[in-house]
Each structure stands twice: as structure tokens, then as C-alpha cells.
Design a protein around this ligand. Structure first.
Ligand code: URA
Length: 495
């Protein structure tokens, strides 16, 4: 029997190198004992080669064995997950499967009912689940007293997933210095390099702070009582993670209040007078802990990175205008110029919109301009950044900001430009061709008008279409503003 050491509990590369040499030496899996050298002491030691194997008796070698072996990529992908499993037999099991595949059973992985394949697949699934939980439940807290901005988190995985999953956090929080501590090791990122170190304890992590208050507020806002399914929630968010989640203390309260909040939502569903208000049920999802000023909301949106475009955009482009505005105009998302200047509607579409509003004598300083999506989504093309339409997921992720803007400003008239704004406002996809230009009630006291986005006019392929669309947009805006009594002198923030 020979003993083979890998350097750490999830040492895929070590296992792979050792397994390759064992195979080349023709060593049967039943003669190999796999062992983890130690977590940290050996972390930077030279990689063990076969020469480092402790040989208790001569291994039986097969001299005819091929010196190079190929296995499907899917096996290596499986192995990379399996080595992270906490079961002590994982390295041996993997080597046995490898041995079988390279000794006449190349299709082994296709036979899901084979005992080894079944166990390995189960291990890989468990590791994937654990990784998913880690990406969902790690909560960073600002490290106090640190001379620079640094964040730390504590997490207790079920398997050895720290190293593999840290790559996710490097990408997600690339602009932040952070450390993640677990009971068996830690990972540290300084915006350039990822290093691994010794374990910590939960008490090393700072407790409670302002960011958490913000997170709890956000969590309360997106918590939909009508969708509450306790069993599913417990399965997705096992209680073992709760002690490290800042939102855990409010989950019990939100759950308790779910019944009455759902009834409020149903009661708030209006009658047949408006199809918009019927679908706009989310208006009843009143935030439990509201950020109580627009300035606070803007500040918290500045740090939002819920969508994958946040890190590519220059900044969050939040809404602009007075908190007392009676008219809110919602666009799609900031464009190239808006992204650079941090203001909505200052690029070509904005200029067109503003010129129409000027023709209608609208005092724009009393209008609140905002977008459904607050970050510029684009594809780089040389030096240019080409606008990309936000997906339904992008819109829905960003939607709580708009909901909060509406609840704080309480506009009398909301104008949604284009289908992205309409989806964000109403919470569902809308056919603009059917719904454009109709003034509808929205909630208890507001009215809503869906109309063209000015970019549609700019993109029109001929002059005829351009003037038709432009006339329609001007008509829709004029109708909405005058019906709501908000044209010219009516558009007063004090009235
Ligand atoms: N288009 C939008 O929808 N919003 C802006 O802010 C600019 C262009």
C-alpha cells in the first residue's frame, strides 16, 4: 500500500498530477491510500511528487500501461467539484473511476447507475448546492478600525468549497478589499490577488452596521408576502445560515405579517375601471422600512450592484428632479452620455424629449425624470459603447428603485416611455401598440400614460415614420399633461 498526499482538502491540481503519475506507473487504485497533508502548514510547500509517496511495500506495476491518458473534459469538471466534497473517500473514488476509464471502460461516465458514477455525481451535486448557498448567503461587514476600506464575512460551508467559490467573489466584488473566514481556512482579496490563509472564528467578524440596515430595508422591500412559501424558503435558506444573515431577525416579522399584508394587497386591487391598476399590484407591496428621503434612496442606489452591468457602467444614474414633482417621466436606461454625466435624459433621446416638452410649454424643472434601469448596459465596439436593451431580468432586478421613487414622490401623472419603462411600472410585459396613448388610473390617486420612447423616433428609418412617431409622442404627452391639469401654469409643485 502506498500513501499519496495532496496539499489541501480541495487540492484538485495536486490530485490530478498525482493521479497522472500513478496511472503512468500502472498502480492499481486498491494499492493507493489518499491523504490530505494539512490545511495551512503545507499550503506553500513544494508539490508532492510520487517520490514523496511513503511506500510500505512495492507497488505492483504494469509495465505495458500507456504513458499518456486522455479522459473527457466532463470527467475533469466533475473531479474539480468532487475534490471539494467532505467525504474522505473522494480522492480514492476519483482515482478508481479514472483507472477504470483508462483501462477499457472509457464510457463509464455514461452509466449513471454504476455505483462509482452514482456516488461521484451525488458528491458533485452536493458541492454545487453548497457553492450556490455560499454565493447567496455570504454577507460582508465593514471591518472597523482598518486604515483602509476592508470588508469581512464569516461562512460555514458543508464542504471544502472556499477556494473554488472565492473566484466568484473576486469577480463580483472586484473593487473591494475583502476576507472570507470559514472554520477551515480563509480567503483574502486585495483587488489584485487572491490568497488563502488560516481559519478564523465567527467572532472575528464585525457585527451589525449601517450597511446592514440598508440591506434589511432592501430585503423588506423585495419581500413579497403573497409569494411566501415557508417550506421552500427553509429549503433554500436553511436555518443553519440564519445566524450570519443580517436580515434573519426581520424574516420572522415579515413572515408573521405576510397574511395581513397579502390581504391588504388583495383589498388594494381595484375594480374593473383600470386594467393597469389591476396588474399594478406591486403598489400594495408597500416597503416596511422605507428609506424616507429621495437623497437617502439616491445614496443607497449609488452602491447598487444587483445587475451584472453595474461594474461596467461609470455610475448609477438615478432619477433627477424635485421630490415634490407632480409629473414623473420614466425612460428605459441611461445612454452613453447619461452614464458619463450621471444625469438622465441629457443625450440625444433626452434632447428630443426635452424639445417636445418645451414646445408644450412644460416647466421641466418641476418634472422628475428617471429610468426603469439605473445602469447603462452596453457592448464595447472599439472605442464606442453600443446600447444594449435591458433584459426582463435587468428590469425586474432594478424595479424596487423605481417603486421607491414613486412611493416617495407620489406623482399625480406618470409617463412611461417605451416598453421597458412600462414593464417596470406595471410589473408585466405590455404591448405598447395596444396600450399607447390611453390615460389610465394608477393606484388611488395617480394617472399613467404609456407612449413611445424618443429613441424609437431617432431610430426610425425614414422621415415619414419619424414625423408620425414624433407627432404621436407630442400628442400623448400633451393629452396626459393637460388631462391631469398639469400643462403650463398648472404644473406647479406647490399646487
Ligand atoms: N434614454 C433613456 O431611456 N433614458 C435616458 O436617461 C436617456 C436615454
Amino acid at each position: 500500500m502506498i500513501t499519496v498526499n495532496v496539499e489541501h482538502a480541495a487540492d484538485f491540481h495536486g490530485w490530478r498530477a498525482q493521479a497522472r503519475e500513478l496511472l503512468n506507473a500502472g498502480i492499481d487504485p486498491s494499492h493507493v491510500l489518499w491523504q490530505v497533508s494539512g490545511i495551512d502548514s503545507d499550503l506553500f510547500a513544494d508539490r508532492n511528487e510520487l517520490t514523496a509517496l511513503s511506500t510500505e511495500e512495492s507497488p505492483p506495476c504494469d509495465p505495458t500501461i500507456r504513458s499518456t491518458h486522455t479522459v473527457p473534459r466532463s470527467f475533469l469538471e466533475l473531479a474539480e467539484l468532487v475534490v471539494c466534497h467532505s467525504d474522505a473517500s473522494r480522492f480514492g473514488l476519483l482515482y478508481r473511476a479514472l483507472w477504470r476509464m483508462t483501462n477499457g471502460d472509457a464510457d463509464l461516465l455514461q452509466r449513471a447507475t454504476d455505483d462509482d458514477v452514482y456516488t461521484l455525481t451525488g458528491f458533485a451535486k452536493a458541492v454545487s448546492r453548497d457553492r450556490h448557498k455560499m454565493t447567496a448567503f455570504v454577507r460582508f461587514r465593514r471591518t472597523p478600525g482598518c486604515h483602509h476600506e476592508h470588508y469581512a464575512a464569516w461562512f460555514e460551508p458543508s464542504h471544502h468549497i472556499l477556494r473554488l467559490t472565492s473566484e466568484f467573489f473576486c469577480k463580483r466584488f472586484s473593487n473591494m478589499d475583502w476576507s472570507i473566514y470559514t472554520p477551515e481556512g480563509s480567503a483574502h482579496w486585495n483587488q489584485a490577488e487572491l490568497v488563502f490563509g488560516p481559519c478564523g472564528t465567527r467572532h472575528d467578524i464585525p457585527q451589525g452596521e449601517a450597511m446592514e440596515q440598508l440591506w434589511c430595508t432592501y430585503f423588506a422591500n423585495i419581500f413579497n408576502p403573497a409569494r411566501l412559501r415557508l417550506d421552500a424558503m427553509r429549503a433554500e435558506m436553511p436555518v443553519k445560515y440564519w445566524k450570519n444573515l443580517p436580515e434573519a431577525p426581520i424574516i420572522a416579522r415579515l413572515t408573521r405579517e405576510a397574511g395581513s399584508r397579502t390581504s391588504q394587497m388583495v383589498a388594494a386591487t381595484p375594480g374593473a375601471e383600470s386594467k393597469y391598476t389591476q396588474s399594478a399590484l406591486y403598489r400594495a407591496e408597500v416597503p416596511l422600512q422605507k428609506l424616507d428621503s429621495l437623497a437617502q434612496l439616491r445614496e443607497s442606489a449609488r452602491h447598487c450592484d444587483l445587475c451584472p452591468h453595474a461594474c461596467k457602467a461609470t455610475q448609477t444614474v438615478f432619477g433627477h428632479g424635485p421630490e415634490t414633482a407632480r409629473v414623473m417621466i420614466i425612460g428605459e436606461q441611461p445612454g452613453d452620455i447619461e452614464d458619463l454625466r450621471g444625469m438622465p435624459f441629457v443625450g440625444p433621446s433626452g434632447k428630443l424629449l426635452r424639445s417636445i416638452l418645451t414646445q408644450l410649454s412644460v416647466d421641466q424643472s418641476k418634472v422628475y425624470f428617471t429610468n426603469a434601469v439605473k445602469h447603462f448596459k452596453y457592448t464595447p465596439r472599439g472605442k464606442r459603447r453600443l446600447h444594449q436593451r435591458p433584459s426582463a431580468g435587468d428590469i425586474d432586478r432594478c424595479r424596487s428603485w423605481l417603486t421607491d421613487e414613486i412611493s416617495l414622490i407620489k406623482p399625480a401623472l406618470i409617463i412611461a416611455l417605451g416598453s421597458t419603462a412600462a414593464r417596470s411600472l406595471l410589473g408585466r410585459t405590455v404591448k405598447l401598440t395596444e396600450q399607447r396613448g390611453i390615460l389610465q388610473r394608477f393606484g388611488d390617486s395617480a394617472q399613467v400614460m404609456l407612449t413611445h420612447h424618443p429613441a424609437r423616433i431617432l431610430r426610425a428609418s425614414n422621415q415619414l415614420d419619424r414625423s408620425r412617431l414624433s407627432d404621436q409622442l407630442a400628442d400623448d404627452l400633451g393629452t396626459a399633461l393637460s388631462h391631469a391639469g398639469l400643462l403650463r401654469q398648472d404644473l406647479s409643485i406647490d399646487s
